[in-house]
Design a protein around this ligand. Structure first.
Ligand SMILES: [Zn+2]
Length: 395
C-alpha cells in the first residue's frame, strides 16, 4: 500500500511502529498531540464525573470526549460558543472529541421518528420536541468547538438483522454526505471578519452491525466519498458476543486505510482495549471507568474487583499493587471500602481516578510494547492474567 496523503494541517497522524495490525502512532490536533493507542475518558456534560482537569492531566489523559446531544440540552450550544467554546468552558486545553448525539438520540430518547431529513424525538431532560438533522448537528458540533467531531448517524440496536442494519447503514452514508457538505460550508464561516478559522476534523462512522459484508460495503462507500482524517467504528460492544465484535474489527481493519486513526466508539473495558489494539484500533472511549468507579468496581491487572466485598474490610493492600495512581499510592483497600460503604464522596472520586488511570496506563504500556517489538507476547500475557486471576485472592 502506498503512503497515505498527509492530513490537512494542523492535523496529522503518523504510525511510528506496528506489530501485526497493532500500531503505535501520534495523532496531532489543534490542541496538541495524542500518543496512540489512547483511551479517552468521557465527559458527558463537559465534566469527567468527579475528576478535575488537573487530575486527568496527571493521570496521563491526552484527549477526552464530550457529548454534543447532552450539551445541546444543558447548557445549550449558544452559551458554550459565546463563552469561547468547550475547551475554555470546561478548562481543558488539550484535544476534545464530540460525539454527534446519534447514540443518545437512539438510546435515550422516546417517541422517535426517523425520516430521511433527520430525527424527531423528545428531550430526555424536559420532554420538548427536538429535531436533529445532519446539518443541525454539524452546527451544534461547530458551536461546541471540539477538535474532532463525529458525523450524525442512524444507530440501531446491536445484533439487528441484516435488513435493518443495511437500512441504517445506508441512511448513515447519505447523512454523511450531507454532514460533509455542511461541514465544508461551516469551515468557511467566521463569526467576525478578523476571527481566526476554527480547524476541526470530521470523522465518518462505519456502521453495519455484526454483518461483515455490510461493514465492507460501508467502508468502500465511505472511503470513496472523501479522504477522511480518521474513522469512527460504531455499533459494536452493544450486546453482541465478544468474538463477533473482534471478528468485525478484523474486517474493518482490512477495509480501512492504515494511515488514518481508527476510533472504536464506546468501548472501554480493559480486555476490549487490548483486543482492539491487536486489531488496529487507535482510539477508545467509554463511561465505564467512571461509572463503575461510582458503583464500587475497579479494574486491576488480575480482573475486576468489587470494593464492597466483606473480605476487603481489613485488607491493607492497594487496589492494584502495580498501579502508580494516587489512589493506589496512598490508600488501602480497607480504607476505600470504608469510604464506599459509608457513602463518602471521596470514595467514588478515588475509585474513578484509579479506573481512568488504569486504562490510560494500559494503553501507554501497549504502545511501548509495540514500539519495543514485544507487543504479541505482552498482550498474550496480559490477557491471560486478566482473565485467569482473582484480584481478591492473596498473592
Ligand atoms: Zn490505582
Amino acid at each position: 500500500m502506498s503512503a497515505p496523503a498527509p492530513l490537512t494541517a494542523p492535523f496529522d497522524f503518523d504510525v511510528l511502529a506496528t506489530a501485526g495490525a497493532a500500531r503505535a502512532g501520534v495523532f496531532v490536533t489543534p490542541h496538541g498531540a495524542v500518543e496512540t493507542p489512547a483511551f479517552m475518558p468521557v465527559g458527558t456534560l463537559a465534566t469527567v464525573k468527579s475528576l478535575d482537569p488537573d487530575e486527568l492531566r496527571a493521570a496521563g489523559v491526552e484527549m477526552l470526549l464530550a457529548n454534543a446531544y447532552h450539551l445541546s440540552q444543558r447548557p445549550g450550544q449558544a452559551l458554550v460558543r459565546d463563552l469561547g467554546g468547550l475547551h475554555r468552558f470546561m478548562g481543558w486545553d488539550r484535544p476534545i472529541l464530540t460525539d454527534s448525539g446519534g447514540f443518545q438520540v437512539f438510546s435515550l430518547a422516546t417517541l422517535r421518528t426517523v425520516r430521511e431529513e433527520g430525527v424527531e424525538f423528545r428531550s430526555h431532560v424536559d420532554g420538548a420536541t427536538l429535531h436533529f438533522t445532519p446539518e443541525s448537528v454539524m452546527r451544534l458540533e461547530r458551536d461546541l468547538g471540539a477538535d474532532v467531531i463525529m458525523q450524525f448517524d442512524h444507530v440501531i440496536p446491536g445484533q439487528s438483522e441484516a435488513a435493518a442494519a443495511r437500512d441504517a447503514s445506508e441512511r448513515s452514508l447519505r447523512w454523511l454526505a450531507r454532514c460533509r457538505r455542511e461541514f465544508a460550508r461551516l469551515q468557511e464561516e467566521r463569526p467576525t471578519l478578523d476571527a481566526a478559522p476554527l480547524p476541526q476534523a470530521l470523522f465518518p462512522i462505519l456502521q453495519g452491525g455484526v454483518h461483515a459484508e455490510l461493514r465492507r460495503e460501508a467502508a468502500t462507500a465511505i472511503t470513496g466519498m472523501d479522504d477522511w482524517p480518521g474513522f469512527g467504528i460504531g455499533g459494536l460492544s452493544v450486546g453482541e458476543p465478544k468474538p463477533d465484535m473482534y471478528a468485525m474489527l478484523e474486517v474493518v481493519d482490512a477495509a480501512l486505510p492504515r494511515g488514518r486513526p481508527r476510533y472504536l466508539m464506546g468501548v472501554g473495558f480493559p480486555e476490549d482495549l487490548v483486543e482492539g489494539v491487536r486489531r488496529g484500533v487507535d482510539l477508545f472511549d467509554c463511561v465505564a471507568p467512571t461509572r463503575m468507579g461510582r458503583n464500587g468496581t475497579v479494574f486491576t491487572a488480575d480482573g475486576r474487583l468489587n470494593v464492597k466485598r466483606a473480605e476487603l474490610r481489613s485488607d491493607p493492600r492497594p487496589l492494584d499493587p502495580d498501579c502508580g495512581c494516587p489512589t493506589c499510592r496512598r490508600f488501602s483497600r480497607a480504607y476505600l471500602r470504608h469510604l464506599y460503604v459509608t457513602d463518602e464522596m471521596l470514595g467514588m472520586r478515588l475509585l474513578s481516578l484509579h479506573n481512568v488511570h488504569f486504562l490510560v496506563s494500559l494503553m501507554r504500556t501497549a504502545r511501548q510494547a509495540v514500539l519495543g517489538g514485544t507487543f504479541d507476547g505482552w498482550s498474550d500475557d496480559w490477557l491471560q492474567r486478566y482473565h485467569s486471576s482473582r484480584p481478591d485472592a492473596s498473592r
